[in-house]
Design a protein around this ligand. Structure first.
Ligand code: NAG
Ligand code: NAG
Ligand code: NAG
Ligand code: NAG
Length: 422
């Protein structure tokens, strides 16, 4: 199947499937669809004809304070589809956002690999820091010059557990991303010397946003009977301990400033509203309870690390709190942010902008016809990912707690001020 024909014929096949599958078997659709429709995605052959290798793209820096010096030398990003900015465009995977309508409201109005209509939180934070948008590790030339302001290693489908998300195809897991950071570290040392590299790493910001696929593609799917072996509490302890070890590995490469971002309320995502046949868009409490526990375990782990690691500056930002504040108080956001406009921001709080089925949560977003006209009044862009508007609010909260305070023990702006005093 030629790549160009892919989305048009995929929609046709999906529509036929909708007619023939009953809702019960459709519940298993990610696995089934992938196995049936896209067997070539599963053979791990990165040379398949659909794999294109886009040229590294230079994205212009919007409104960046060009003249003032940045508040941190670089921003490094580790994570999953919440912050992937193009890694998966280079991998053989079903989890790619390289076609419209993804990116339609981005600065370039082109798909980039971001799982959003526009910008992701790290884009907004890069601007706050006075840095350009951070390029994807696989999308840049590999020269130190391209990486000196930061690198984004995040890969959609990746989890803290190596095999989370593997039914989607290839991804770069947390451990592999940390390995890539180490490779970058070595490359910097060879090119700039040890002192300059140690300085750069210790003053840069490392942003880690990962874990939702350990739920979406592992625990909630009961892979390898995991639900019988681990209660959510011990599963979360396991994830937190794994994350702790990886942050220690970063610390050994002289990383000092880390922002660990918790999980969003996955139980409110359109996919789960559809799957659990939510009434009136009520969030799936069972899932959200596990997510809150995850965030609690991570927050506690971060607190421990700050005590264990000398001069470490690690903050935990609770995306659940920030997102629930938007979902619950969406009217207030409309008034406070756009008082001059005659519309309520976020009057669509349950339905995705792009997708098909109830809550637009059944079939994933793969074509512009599936999308609403204007995403800015939606909380959810697709089955799992928030809109640009939500990402901006979350980034503002991480930066300064602008709308609601969600970072512990301090927000990013305070962390930078704290560093400046040292
Ligand atoms: C993939 O392509 C490269 C270069 O075209 C080739 O060297 C390699 O053998 C191919 N790998 C597979 C698995 O076909
Ligand atoms: C998970 O899978 C195992 C084996 O397939 C099954 O025995 C168990 O009941 C499942 N657990 C849940 C909560 O569905
Ligand atoms: C949300 O607001 C827009 C703009 O006022 C309106 O067109 C749309 O119908 C509203 N949607 C809902 C679900 O209220
Ligand atoms: C979306 O709606 C808002 C409010 O109605 C409006 O300000 C904005 O220009 C619209 N965006 C697009 C792309 O139509």
């Amino acid at each position: 199947m030629a790549f160009m024909d892919f989305s048009a014929s995929a929609i046709r096949i999906l529509l036929i499937l909708i007619l023939f599958l009953d809702p019960i078997s459709a519940i298993e659709y990610p696995q089934e669809l992938i196995n049936e429709l896209f067997p070539y995605l599963m053979n791990n052959n990165i040379n398949s004809s659909y794999t294109i290798s886009p040229e590294p793209t230079k994205i212009p820096i919007p409104n960046s304070p060009q003249n003032s010096s940045p508040l941190a030398p670089a921003l490094f990003v580790i994570g999953d589809s919440s912050v992937d900015c193009g890694t998966n465009n280079f991998l053989g995977t079903f989890a790619r956002a390289d076609r419209l309508p993804y990116g339609r409201d981005f600065d370039t109005h082109q798909p980039t690999g971001r799982f959003c209509n526009g910008r992701i939180p790290v884009d907004y934070l890069a601007m706050r820091l006075g840095l350009p948008f951070v390029p994807s590790y696989l999308g840049q030339t590999g020269s130190v010059n391209d990486m000196i302001r930061g690198v984004n290693y995040a890969s959609a489908g990746a989890g803290i557990i190596f095999s989370s998300g593997s039914e989607l195809g290839q991804h770069i897991s947390l451990t592999q991303q940390i390995q890539q950071v180490m490779d970058t570290f070595q490359q910097f040392i060879l090119s700039m010397g040890e002192d300059a590299t140690y300085d750069l790493f210790s003053n840069s910001i490392f942003y880690v946003s990962i874990g939702s696929n350990d739920y979406i593609h592992y625990y909630l799917r009961n892979v390898s009977n995991v639900q019988s072996l681990f209660l959510p509490w011990s599963f979360n302890q396991f994830l937190a301990q794994t994350m702790k070890q990886e942050i220690k590995n970063l610390y050994n490469a002289n990383v000092r400033n880390v922002v660990v971002v918790g999980l969003a309320p996955i139980g409110c995502a359109p996919y789960y509203l559809w799957l659990y046949q939510s009434e009136n868009g009520q969030c799936i409490e069972k899932i959200n309870n596990m997510i809150m526990e995850f965030n609690f375990a991570m927050r506690f782990m971060v607190q421990e690390l700050n005590q264990e690691l000398l001069e470490a500056n690690i903050v935990f930002c609770d995306a659940f709190e920030g997102s629930m504040d938007i979902i619950k108080n969406h009217d207030r956001y409309g008034e406070s942010l756009d008082s001059c406009l005659h519309f309520k921001r976020f009057n669509v709080t349950t339905d995705a902008c792009c997708g098909l089925g109830k809550y637009r949560g059944w079939i994933m977003c793969i074509s512009p016809d599936m999308a609403c006209n204007n995403a800015s009044n939606h909380i959810w862009w697709d089955q799992f990912h928030p809109t640009d508007s939500v990402n901006e609010i979350l980034a503002d909260n991480i930066w300064s707690g602008m709308h609601t305070s969600m970072c512990y023990p301090m927000n990013l702006q305070e962390m930078i001020a704290h560093n400046a005093k040292r």
